[in-house]
Write a protein that binds this ligand. Sequence first.
Ligand SMILES: NC(=O)c1ccc[n+]([C@@H]2O[C@H](COP(=O)([O-])OP(=O)(O)OC[C@H]3O[C@@H](n4cnc5c(N)ncnc54)[C@H](OP(=O)(O)O)[C@@H]3O)[C@@H](O)[C@H]2O)c1
Length: 372
Amino acid sequence: MNCVVFYQQISNDLLIEGLQGQVIGEGMTIKVAINGYGTIGKRVADAVDAQDDMEIVGVTKTRPAFGCDLAVRKGYPIYCTFDEQERIDAFGKAGYECHGGLSDLLSVADIVVDCSPGKVGASNKEKYQSAGVKWIFQGGEKHAMTELSYTSSANHQENLNAQGTRVVSCNTTGLSRTLVPLYNHCGELSVECTMIRRAADPGDSNKGPINAIKPVLKVPSHHGPDVMTVKPQISINSMAVAVPTTIMHVHVIVATLPEGHGLTTDKVLSMWDSQPRIILMNGGETGITTTAEVMEFARDIGRKWGDLHEIFVWKDGVKLEGNTLYYFQAIHQESDVIPENVDAIRALMGVESDWNKSVSKTDLAISKYNNI
Ligand SMILES: NC(=O)c1ccc[n+]([C@@H]2O[C@H](COP(=O)([O-])OP(=O)(O)OC[C@H]3O[C@@H](n4cnc5c(N)ncnc54)[C@H](OP(=O)(O)O)[C@@H]3O)[C@@H](O)[C@H]2O)c1
């Protein structure tokens, strides 16, 4: 059984009490395992590594392939996704030190961030439960399986000390960033939106389309309704199409505000400006008029992989007419959920109850890590 059963914050000191009575005090860290060291997993690993209150105790690979070298360079212990001795031994034969199977990794972890491919994670839940570790799944898993979902701004409090949760998908995280502050102001919100989605990640060679626009024929798409797993009070529907690009999704959003909302276009912009992880820019003035320039701007910021953790909103694409708010936003699909995973770890471990404080700590540490 792992030491973490419940975490307590006493005065200003971080004190973490475990089953066996040991207290993890200031200077000690939350031990985080990453199960699935792929697109999301490698990014979450670095974001965790950047924090002073948590550390990576290991990452898993299914086999000794592409990705192991990065883990070696970063000094993250490699474990095999599976417990079979033959599969573990394959790493040694390929020249990588493998510290054991998933069970071995779970035995030294307080919490596991499952970054396995969508729908695969569900089969891992039982392993986490029987190992007694806390767990975080990603947006490829269903809310019904995890029974709790997370975005930093929507429901950090509800996730405090929970056994496990799901950081919602990149699209849902993006919607939550701009819609939750609007809802908090208005007390009521009804939204229709269209997701224009990238066809494949830059590292994927087996997804498409490459010469078509592909509507998601399941209507409504899961993205909008998924917002209600973190903020059920927002009434929202979405439709989606996939287009041949590998970076970013664009959301076309129409929100109906209640009578007497008291907002103007400028007030909405100021509201978003005061929120973390939203970037507002004027496309006409800056020349950032498409996702290509947004991603070039992100590369200029200097985060690893050219990531953009923030949601990008074009100021000149925002208009409030009466009770109807129109806007576009762009999402870097591989990275907006990364800082949310760090905040979700703090929520589950009960070490920071204020979402804003966690967000600031997370983002500052990531900036320092990237020398920004
Ligand atoms: N990519 C995005 O844009 C994005 C955005 C937000 C959320 N998500 C969600 O994040 C999750 C991970 O997506 P991803 O894009 O990172 O996928 P990915 O790039 O395909 O990476 C998945 C990793 O999981 C490993 N894996 C395969 N089977 C496994 C198993 N049974 N148990 C544990 N790990 C296993 C693979 O390991 P090997 O490499 O060793 O084979 C691979 O490294 C999904 O739920 C996805 O929906 C993805």
